[in-house]
Design a protein around this ligand. Structure first.
Ligand code: GLU
Length: 510
């Protein structure tokens, strides 16, 4: 239930996997909406048919659901402002484009792709390497500003392909008031006459975003910094369409940067440096290429959104671990930084480890069970309830539970014998032989009994128990990690303990 008029939107284009910057935009919108008892809207901006990718919309919905930040309204949760896909609102945009033309703020342009290419060639110079369709050039082109009214009507009548372009005013300063950045001035001479309506009758992003933010009563338009250059066009459209008084407040979130701070983090950086950039696994339907996601790499959604919130925001106390409810409580747009935030995968893993440590076994169990199942280990809940607390402190990723738990179920395949060999001798060998015999005779396989039998046997052999524990660990686990060795022996049972010791003794004797 919402109790305020505040309405924000997350407006992704369904063009592929959801970049973590996109999730952070959704998260900040969500936090602001919840903090102010407002409404969080998902609007699918699918007007660019050429870039439409099947499955991408459902994927976005699934990612938001995984993060626990599902929208209050959207294509999958109807509200009073639908449809929530721009392609389904197609018929609503033309009238606004025409209204703008009538008022003299926009014009029809009939230039063919060849003519546009020629324009770029003709006007290309050293000082202007990529000429734009702008105030300096528009009067040399084929549009309703240069053609007679009759000719324009005729072309329209004939169904000649055309677009509608905004007529950017010359030498005007446009001021954006941004909740994070303060006032930003734009010079209209530097902005081209953006297309508003395309030849296929679809609006471009510029027209659709303004028409829909207005139609959906959006009170705050928050988006990534990469949209800042488009802001003057949008401000003008709000004005030209006569809606200035209901224009939303704006905020542009800082970029998420590559680990070295040199530019915006891209999917390619993730591929190159071996970390995920998408929220969840994304399989490109055209190429079948699979890009790994945070979820499948073993991140908890709690940790993922906590980490994302801290990329460009903090609450000023130095605290770093926040659950979603706490984030809602503490969040404020004004505390978001202006500068880009460097992505640090090690820090992301640290957040995950902190969340794994803090999570109840009941939270972790289904995830651990699933990942073990996928790796051929079928453990029952009761056993996992005992094992998870024993190893969770050592897991940065949910996937780390595989090496941390598999030796409880299967004899280790690789045994780091070299770690034992240099200090190995006949005395130690005899100790283990004797201890196996003691174990065999033991009636109760309790941890305390196993441990005291070990200590007694080591005293008898005249070897410090500390010197025997590493070999025992290597024999049982295969490597130098895991909880207390006696705990492990207790969990895996007498038979497995004896078998693993015997196998290692054989390897050491070789
Ligand atoms: N459709 C734009 C995107 O893909 C949304 C920009 C905005 O929120 O205004 O990110």
């Amino acid at each position: 239930m919402t109790a305020s008029n505040i309405r924000v939107r997350f407006a992704p284009s369904p063009t592929g996997g959801l970049h973590l910057g996109g999730v952070r935009t959704a998260l900040f919108n969500y936090l602001f909406a919840k903090k102010n008892k407002g409404t969080f809207v998902l609007r699918i901006e699918d007007t660019d048919q050429g870039r439409f990718v099947p499955g991408a919309e459902q994927y976005i919905v699934d990612c938001l659901a995984w993060c626990g930040i599902s929208p209050d309204e959207g294509p999958h949760k109807e509200g009073n402002y639908g449809p929530y896909r721009q392609s389904e609102r197609k018929s609503s945009y033309r009238e606004y484009a025409e209204m703008l033309i009538e008022k003299g703020f926009a014009y029809y342009a009939f230039d063919t792709p060849e003519e546009l290419e020629k324009m770029r060639e003709t006007f290309r110079s050293e000082t202007n390497p990529s000429p734009q369709y702008d105030g300096k050039i528009r009067m040399k082109m084929n549009n309703s500003l240069t053609l007679s009214k009759e000719r324009v009507d005729e072309l329209l009548e004939l169904g000649t392909p055309h677009v509608v372009r905004i007529k950017m005013p010359g030498a005007t300063e446009i001021i954006l008031r941004d909740m994070i950045r303060g006032e930003i001035a734009f010079n209209t001479d530097l902005v081209d006459d953006k297309v508003l309506l395309k030849a296929d009758g679809m609006p471009t992003y510029h027209l659709a975003v303004v028409v829909d933010d207005h139609a959906m009563d959006i009170t705050h338009a928050f988006r990534g910094e990469e949209w800042l250059p488009s802001a003057p066009v949008h401000l003008l459209l709000w004005d030209y369409l006569g809606w200035k008084n209901s224009m939303p407040e704006w905020a542009h979130f800082p970029l998420i940067l590559k680990p070295d701070g040199q530019g915006k983090l891209s999917k390619r950086d993730g591929d190159r440096l071996g970390f995920p950039v998408f929220a969840m696994d994304w399989k490109d339907p055209k190429s079948d290429e699979l890009t790994r996601g945070f979820k499948e790499m073993g991140f908890l959604p709690e940790a993922f959104i906590n980490m994302l919130a801290m990329l460009g925001w903090n609450d000023g106390t130095g605290e770093e671990i926040f659950g979603l409810d706490q984030l809602v409580e503490r969040f404020s747009i004004e505390r978001i930084h202006k500068g880009g935030a460097k992505f640090d995968f090690e820090k992301a893993k640290w957040f995950n480890q902190e969340w794994i440590k803090r999570s109840e076994t009941t939270r972790l169990l289904p995830l651990v069970k699933e990942i073990l199942n996928k790796n051929g280990i079928h453990a029952n809940d009761e056993v996992l309830e005992r094992l998870i607390p024993m190893v969770k402190e050592r897991c940065q990723l949910i996937n780390d539970f595989i090496p941390q738990l598999s030796y409880f179920f299967k004899d280790p395949v690789e045994i780091d014998i070299e770690a034992v060999q240099s200090k190995w001798d006949q005395k130690k060998h005899s100790f283990f032989m004797d201890w196996i015999a003691t174990l065999d005779a033991m009636e109760s396989w309790e941890m305390a009994n196993i441990e005291s039998a070990f200590k007694e046997a080591s005293a008898l052999a005249g070897i410090k128990p500390g010197e025997l524990q590493l070999p025992l660990r290597i024999m049982l686990v295969g490597a130098k990690f895991g909880p207390t060795v006696f705990d492990i022996a207790h969990q895996i049972g007498k038979q497995a303990t004896t078998r693993r010791i015997e196998n290692s003794l054989k390897l050491l004797a070789q």
